[in-house]
Design a protein around this ligand. Structure first.
Ligand code: PAF
Length: 281
């Protein structure tokens, strides 16, 4: 596996693969790789001859007072995982390589509407930061296909939207959330949980699963959302939101919608957890 940090080297290597007519897949990550990331790398191999994984803790998507400094950085371990995963090239640029003119001067990509609701309502900078770095990575790698986990469901839709709106010539694939045996969605931020919080954390997924079952039984959206908020509060979570939305575009649900998603973000101690469950009714 190649390990590159410079854009010029990356482009030179990719040019060789591309001129041989070989397909390239990209799996963008912020590192601290877990089974969810490795599932993306494994799936990527079914879509391309070469899998590129990027590791970049993107400062642009963190707000003031958030966990940018504390975010787990485990490059040596990540590299070991990737060596045996089928990844052909790890691209791990420094901040100065990604934002050579500084973060304040960086042109940003705004995806209206989708970026300002749910997680975007309480973290208004976040999705512009995500969209900007992902778009830069798409331009750097020019992959045929890029893969993302559905755990970050709103992020996946934001990325699909700008790819569509900017006519970027690549396919976006979303893969189902990978979970612990007790249902907790894998996330690098789970390492922030104390043992007591870790024991309570699966309640988020259980609450969403209960909400999904209620919707399938015909319960009203507002009642389902309210019951989920109360269940989380009773377990000492501080819910940011629980929302039932149309899965295609996160629009409010109408009677005609069949493909829904229940999404939640909640604080557990100092950790912000997000999760979602799809529902067909
Ligand atoms: O989901 C993530 O890890 C990040 O938001 C991403 C897509 C790599 C952009 O920094």
């Amino acid at each position: 596996m190649l390990h590159l940090t410079q854009l010029a080297e990356l482009r030179a290597t990719l040019a060789i693969w591309r001129s041989a007519g070989e397909r390239i897949a990209l799996v963008p990550t912020m590192g601290n790789l877990h089974r969810g990331h490795l599932a993306l790398v494994e799936a990527a191999q079914r879509h391309a001859a070469h899998v590129v994984v990027s590791i970049f803790v993107n400062p642009l998507q963190f707000g003031v007072g958030e966990d940018l400094a504390a975010y787990p950085r485990t490059l040596a371990e990540d590299q070991r995982h990737l060596e045996t995963s089928g990844c052909a090239l790890l691209f791990a640029p420094a901040v100065a390589e990604m934002y050579p003119h500084g973060q304040a001067a960086q042109t940003r990509l705004e995806v209206p509407d989708l970026s300002t609701q749910l997680c975007g309502a309480s973290r208004p900078w976040h999705f512009a930061g995500v969209a900007t770095v992902v778009c830069k990575l798409f331009n750097m790698v020019q992959p045929d296909v890029a893969l993302f986990g559905e755990k970050d469901f709103q992020q996946l839709l934001v990325i699909r939207r700008f790819v569509r709106d900017l006519n970027l010539p690549l396919e976006i694939i979303g893969l189902p959330t990978v979970r612990e045996a007790d249902g907790l969605a894998l996330s690098s931020r789970n390492s922030y949980l104390s043992p007591a919080e870790r024991a309570r954390a699966p309640l988020l997924y259980q609450t969403l699963t209960t909400a999904a079952q209620s919707l399938q039984s015909g319960a009203a959206v507002a009642a389902v959302e309210q019951a989920a908020v109360l269940a989380l509060q009773a377990a000492d979570f501080k819910p940011d939101y629980v929302a039932v939305r149309r899965a295609a575009d996160l629009a409010p649900v109408t009677a005609a919608d069949e493909d829904l998603v229940v999404l939640a973000a909640a604080q557990l101690g100092r950790t912000r957890l997000i999760d979602n469950v799809r529902v067909t009714r």
